[in-house]
Design a protein around this ligand. Structure first.
Ligand code: FAD
Length: 285
């Protein structure tokens, strides 16, 4: 099923889980995903490369998830340090696997820019290329608090519009902890003439270190309530996790009350936190 078909379903909340290809412990990833199967995710998205360190596609994982575990998998793909020829080669690999959807990204600019090839400067150029060369259905990334390189949110949304005009069908957002940032973003996105689904990215809190790492890399605010609880439970990792589940549950409940079309969980390859949140939300899903 492609992205348009998935998100045109009106009756239920569309769930998707994001995972990354682990360096080791691949069986553990499959075990964690098996636990998430009962939530009937419409998509499992698999990240690709990081900070310009592009790799070959994780075809083994994609095949396992798609053909043996029967998930609808959506590989991510970044263009920043890839030549046109490499991009084309990878797209052919994806299509040959029978995958229907792709999350098309620019990727982060590596510190050593000399490693970089600039056949594609921005994600909209990659999206245009994918649209032209393949039948894949394309998702793109959005940033409720603005992308870190962007001078302001308005400019970032203008650039988001380029991705939609190039052929993106769905927007998955960067994680955020303050729903008001998301609601206000969606309002601005709609005013900019973007009418495709905007799916909130949810990062369950597992530890203070993890939150600080994620928010340090991007423009993401930490609400006062969260800061206070981090301070309160600073010596108790279990209490932080408990607070994380409560916070994530309230955050998702409010998003569902405001009729989001789906929830996209950044699972960090662990089923527990997303499962606990979803179990708490049974009535609303
Ligand atoms: P773009 O949309 O190209 O935007 C990058 C910057 O350039 C923005 O500031 C934008 O405002 C500006 N811009 C865009 N187009 C133009 C234009 N035409 N002219 C001028 N300025 C422009 N990274 C990975 O490496 N692997 C992953 O698997 C991965 N998965 C992700 C999943 C999600 C849901 C999200 C939100 C992010 C993910 N990222 C991943 C991170 C992403 O690669 C970085 O945030 C990257 O810095 C930007 O990628 P983009 O596709 O949003 O870029």
């Amino acid at each position: 099923m492609n992205l348009q078909e998935i998100y045109s379903e009106n009756q239920k909340t569309i769930l998707s889980f994001e995972v990354f290809p682990p360096d080791t412990e691949i069986e553990s990833l499959y075990g964690e995903l098996a636990k998430l199967k009962k939530y009937s995710p419409a998509l499992i998205s698999l990240t690709y490369g990081a900070a310009g360190k592009n790799k070959e596609f994780s075809t083994g994982i994609l095949t396992q998830l798609k053909d043996r575990m029967n998930f609808n998998v959506m590989p991510h793909f970044t263009c920043i340090c890839n030549s046109k020829a490499t991009v084309e080669k990878n797209l052919a690999i994806i299509e040959k696997l029978g995958v229907e959807n792709i999350l098309a990204l620019r990727g982060d600019i590596p510190e050593d820019k000399t490693l970089c090839n600039y056949d594609f400067r921005y994600a909209n150029e990659l999206i245009e290329f994918i649209k032209h060369k393949t039948n894949l259905s394309i998702a793109s990334a959005g940033y409720p608090e603005g992308h870190i390189e962007s001078p302001d949110l308005k400019t970032d949304i203008e650039n988001l519009k380029r991705k939609v005009d190039a052929g993106a069908s769905v927007i998955y957002t960067q994680l955020f902890f303050d729903n008001n940032k998301f609601f206000s973003y969606v309002e601005k996105v709609r005013k900019a003439g973007i009418n495709i689904p905007v799916i909130p990215g949810i990062m369950p809190v597992l530890s203070v270190k993890q939150v600080n790492k994620m928010t340090g890399l991007a423009r993401i605010s930490i609400p006062d309530k969260m800061k206070k609880n981090f301070e309160k439970y600073k010596n108790s990792p279990e209490d932080i996790k408990k607070f994380g589940t409560e916070y994530g549950t309230c955050q998702c409940a409010e998003l569902l009350d405001n009729k989001v079309k789906g929830l996209h969980f950044f699972t960090l390859n662990k089923a527990r936190a997303a499962s606990e949140i979803l179990d708490n939300l049974k009535e609303k899903l």
